[in-house]
Design a protein around this ligand. Structure first.
Ligand SMILES: Nc1ncnc2c1ncn2[C@@H]1O[C@H](COP(=O)(O)OP(=O)(O)OP(=O)(O)O)[C@@H](O)[C@H]1O
Ligand SMILES: [Mg+2]
Length: 358
């Protein structure tokens, strides 16, 4: 019975993948490549073990699991895990996002429409409005919200009971979440960048699903240039596959991977254009820093959030950039990566460079 169910799901999954590929719909392909059970998730072993325990315990008690907060840079699997939590609990998943909840009323409407045991996924939870946030605290703790009717002195708050549910929040910026909200999550998982051997498994798995033929070293090359990020690994795999089909015999080999990734300006260490332009500006224009993040963002022509949430975590993790109280500083590795001589100040972490404040 269960197997039949699984088989049907598998078939449906393959159909949607093929359809998405045919339509060239990248988002749909991404969704179709998502692991659907905890066992299918590659890497993140600690998070997987901890979350597995939380879910198993909840299943045994026959109760909705504790609220879960997932944090980490884009593309590491937050949405994937949220979907898996619902699937593993055989519970319906409701999706919304912080920016979509502009009024407390929006949230009240969502919460009042939920059923016992539902999983509510709030993506970008750090971008929710303050009144909605306050309503959420109460809902998370007491499964109750106060709906305010009317305005001014005549306004009355009507308490509304809501069924017990599991909130799964995702954020690229756990630091921006107010303490009271963070504290109400029973389990917080911080997703880390993936190791090359884990990305290698992901590339092989996705290639299998997409029907792409690839060699071990061809896959390893994609893995090592994927910025530690599964989404990027999957995207690069598809670009390299295109290249293999157009310029070669369709097989993703090492030379094909290398040539394709060079064409897409992804360097040997996985730095993309934005990453390189951040360290380039930092070294060449600001003498290695320290420089404030806002100034740096303006100089590379990007939003501050993009530099902070997308480029910086990877550059810091790989030792190209350091965050100091006085601003961002290029490390010796950054200078070397750009093929520049390392100035003595870089070794000391910015030396006496001028102070730029955020
Ligand atoms: N652990 C994993 N194993 C295999 N594939 C993964 C894993 N994590 C993520 N992926 C793949 O990477 C893609 C992106 O993952 P996901 O959408 O869950 O990231 P995210 O953290 O929600 O990103 P964002 O912050 O941009 O919303 C998915 O399509 C999925 O196929
Ligand atoms: Mg997501």
């Amino acid at each position: 019975m269960y197997d039949e169910h699984l088989e049907a799901a598998e078939e449906q999954h393959l159909r949607s993948l093929t359809a998405a590929e045919a339509e060239g719909d990248e988002r749909a392909v991404e969704a179709a490549l998502r692991p659907r059970t905890l066992d299918e998730v590659v890497g993140q072993s600690r998070v997987r073990a901890q979350l597995g325990l939380v879910l198993e315990a909840a299943r045994r008690r026959g109760r909705a699991p504790d609220h879960v907060l997932l944090s980490g840079p884009p593309g590491l699997g937050k949405t994937t895990l949220a979907m898996i939590i619902a699937a593993e609990m055989s519970a319906p998943l409701r999706l919304t996002s912080g920016p979509a909840i502009t009024h407390a009323g929006d949230l009240a409407a969502i919460l009042s429409g939920m059923n016992e045991g539902d999983v509510l996924f709030v993506d970008e939870i750090h971008r929710m409005s303050r009144p909605a946030e306050e309503m959420l605290y109460m809902a998370m703790e007491d499964f109750r919200v106060d709906v305010v009717i009317g305005k001014g002195p005549g306004a009355t708050a009507i308490p509304l009971e809501i069924p017990s549910f599991t909130l799964v929040g995702a954020t690229t910026r756990a630091g921006l979440l107010p303490g009271p909200l963070r504290d109400r999550f029973g389990f917080t998982a911080h997703l880390e960048f993936y190791e090359p051997h884990e990305l290698d498994l992901i590339v092989h798995r996705s290639a299998g699903l997409l029907g792409v033929e690839l060699t071990g070293d061809g896959a390893a090359e994609i893995a090592s240039r994927s910025r530690g990020t599964p989404r990027i690994a999957n995207r690069l795999l598809r670009r390299v596959r295109d290249y293999a089909q157009v310029r070669a015999d369709g097989v993703v080999t090492l030379p094909v991977s290398q040539a394709a990734l060079d064409l897409y300006e992804v360097d040997e260490l996985g730095l993309d254009r934005l990453d390189r332009s951040v360290i380039d500006v930092l070294c060449r224009r600001f003498g290695g820093g320290p420089v404030g993040i806002s100034t740096l963002a303006v100089a590379v022509g990007e939003e501050r959030e993009t530099v902070e949430e997308v480029a910086e975590p990877f550059l810091v993790r790989n030792g190209f950039l350091a965050r100091t109280p006085r601003g961002r500083v290029a490390t010796p590795a950054a200078w070397q990566h750009l093929g520049l001589a390392v100035p003595p100040s870089a070794v000391l972490g910015g030396g006496d460079a001028p102070l730029f404040d955020d």
